[in-house]
Design a protein around this ligand. Structure first.
Ligand SMILES: Cc1cc2nc3c(=O)[nH]c(=O)nc-3n(C[C@H](O)[C@H](O)[C@H](O)COP(=O)(O)OP(=O)(O)OC[C@H]3O[C@@H](n4cnc5c(N)ncnc54)[C@H](O)[C@@H]3O)c2cc1C
Length: 410
């Protein structure tokens, strides 16, 4: 533990113990780079923020020798959803067809994944994990970021570093302090996340997930062994009017979409049981300044379509470590080297965001606007696409494995 009365210094200071920050900290620590990870919360157990660990992340964990440990955490596997449509069950993709050692999404509690990554990083002597450390300012000297000021209880500390990484999520304080403004688009939907119990008479979901639609709302359920993790997709800004109908209104809507959930919804008694994700898609025009780099949601918040947010954040961390470990060890990180992280990652993020926009416009928007329609109708071109073997595997491959496979350079 750092002594607050002495001057603190490290080589790389990472702000934010989410998937991006925790993975980067581990990758740098294992290569011998003195690294401090600062997380404003006192633990990782917070509101639901997604649990989808894709094949791309599993391959990275495999390279780090952690695949077995992540599989031994409470988890289950999803290979593809079955959508309940007007023309019967429809499976838009099947990850089981992908050429990878891990052809499925592993649903793992994010807190468990973060605890695993940071516990592994702690094995290395140059690593420091500072929990309850809220970054409030950047230290700047001659136009270069030289570290951060952070608050613990009533005390403000200074931590100096050669490189500061803002991995502090979609509302990034570091990004704000640096004066970097993301370009935002606001997909016209929000998502309400909640749990439903598993019951004796349950829904069959062979691929581990199901989906349905009614009255301008989409419902998806992911099998979590002990419960269903459910997501209700609603039109942007409609949450307050849904809340106005009381929790019974939410229960009624769910049963309208999926009548077999009539008993399950009795467990919903309070709006506190649901987390609202205000959907945003954004990207920063510039991810860096001298001495500073943004990665993960801080650089680009992703739409929830495809559940890529965690996985793209992890890929950013791997590319950052691949490109910056040597410069960090050598004690000199140039602006060109920081720019190269953005160049490697930015076009892939843009490709996925463009794909998400197409799904949003052509499938989700149509469903959300169809107030009267009672069943989910899949457009003909989507059905045609999924019948052509080469084409049908392209989108899931891009979502699950990344546009380009990212590997840890050891
Ligand atoms: C309700 C919800 C559901 C989601 N579902 C999914 C899903 O199913 N699949 C998926 O892939 N993605 C999902 N996401 C998105 C996913 O959570 C993010 O894309 C991913 O966590 C990004 O990782 P990150 O490390 O960049 O940022 P984050 O995970 O946001 O981590 C940032 C960290 O920085 C810390 N922090 C913030 N400010 C400071 C500060 N000033 N000082 C110190 N620490 C700070 C925060 O406490 C946080 O721990 C969901 C998000 C939400 C909100």
């Amino acid at each position: 533990m750092l002594d607050p009365n002495t001057e603190e210094a490290t080589r790389c200071c990472i702000v934010g113990g989410g998937p991006a920050g925790a993975m980067l900290a581990l990758l740098l620590a294992r290569r011998g780079v003195p690294t401090a990870l600062l997380e404003m919360h006192h633990d990782f157990d917070r509101e639901f923020r997604g649990d989808t660990v894709h094949p791309s992340t599993l391959e990275i964990l495999d390279q780090l020798g952690l695949a077995q440990r992540v599989h031994s955490l409470p988890s289950n596997k999803i290979s593809g959803p079955t959508l309940l449509t007007t023309r019967g069950p429809f499976t838009p993709f099947d990850l089981g067809r992908l050429k990878t050692k891990y052809p499925y999404i592993l649903m793992v509690h994010q807190k468990d994944l973060l605890a695993l990554l940071t516990a592994e990083a702690k094995r290395y002597p140059g690593f420091q994990l500072l929990m309850g450390a809220n970054v409030v300012d950047l230290i700047r000297e001659d136009g270069v970021v030289r570290g951060v000021r952070y608050q613990t209880n009533d005390c403000v500390h200074e931590l100096r570093a050669l490189l500061t990484v803002g991995a502090d999520g979609r509302f990034s304080r570091v990004r704000h302090l640096a004066g970097i403004e993301p370009l935002r688009t606001s997909p016209p939907m929000d998502v309400l996340w909640f749990r439903l119990p598993h019951l004796a008479e349950d829904i069959e979901a062979p691929g581990g997930a199901f989906g349905g639609f009614a009255r301008g709302h989409i419902l998806a359920g992911f099998d979590r062994k002990d419960y269903w993790q459910a997501a209700l997709v609603i039109a942007k800004g409609s949450y307050q009017s849904l809340r106005g109908q009381g929790i019974e209104g939410l229960r009624r809507l769910i049963v309208e979409i999926e009548p077999r959930l009539a008993k399950h919804v009795e467990s919903l008694r309070d709006w506190q049981q649901a987390s609202l994700l205000s959907v945003e898609s954004s990207r920063c025009p510039r991810w860096y300044q001298p001495g500073l780099l943004l990665i993960g949601d801080a650089a680009h918040a992703m739409s929830p379509i495809g559940g890529v947010g965690i996985n793209y954040a992890v890929q950013d961390a791997v590319v950052t470590a691949n490109l910056l470990t040597q410069p960090l060890l050598a004690g000199r990180v140039s602006t060109d080297q920081l720019r190269s992280v953005q160049s490697r990652r930015q076009w892939q993020v843009r490709m996925i965001q463009a794909f998400q926009t197409q799904i949003q416009r052509r499938v989700i928007a149509t469903a959300l606007e169809a107030q009267e329609q009672q069943g989910l109708s899949i457009p003909w071109f989507v059905r045609a696409f999924t019948r052509i073997p080469f084409l049908r595997d392209l989108p899931p491959r891009m979502m699950a494995l990344g546009v380009v496979r990212v590997r840890v350079e050891t």
